[in-house]
Write a protein of this length. Sequence first.
Length: 271
Amino acid sequence: MNRVLAGAVGSSISRSVIGSKLVVAMVALVMLTPLVAWAAEYDAVLDWNRKSKLSTPVSGVVATVNVHPGDRVLQGDVLLQLDNGVIKANLEKAKADVQHYERLYKEAERELERNQELYDRTVLSDHELEVAHIAFTQATAQLKTAEAQLAKMEFDFRHSEIKAPFNGIVVARHVNEGETIVSSDTPPVLIELAEADVMVAAFQVTGGQLGSFKNGKKATISVGGGQYKGEVSAVGFEPVSKSSNKYLINVRFNTKGKLLRAGRSAKVSLP
């Protein structure tokens, strides 16, 4: 009976010793294992990576508007067209004027060369040579004036339509057919276009956290049940306002063709 009790006690002590050694070994293993770098997560708001407010410096009546909000367009697509009938007529007149004054210029140039030759042979007087110089100067001025007018008409013709400067999504349309556009020092915004398939997730951090961010740092953006790979594209150098100690961080990402809207909430995870 005593031998059985002694055996039981010895067995219990052995298990206790083994258990203690196992705990020590596990603690040592945890201490030796490198710490996992947990990702930091930030609440963010989606915004356009690039957005343009399109207008025209040319006044006129809107003939056609080819887009509506939400439409996808390609670079070079015509978004809006002014009635350019008068502009075309003025352009043709300007071209004709340039051709006319080019002929007058060339004739004045030849006449000056002839008069200079005669003057050098002492056949022509100073006054006659000066008259030839004046005629040439006048022809030169007329040609330059006509060329300047042609350049203006070509400019007006090019800007009588608005083309997409990049592949994008029409965000807003502020004009309809038949409206008159009066351009001034600040032409009115007619169409707003955002870059297609590229957005930014924006969030704010304190000045003490800025050291953790640099352009190109990889990030994961979660929005609407989907995840997108991106990278830090902008790190603020000034507070978002005079009364704030927060700085703006932008993380740019490709939407992979999915239509996301500015203002949506998102989560940004960075290692």
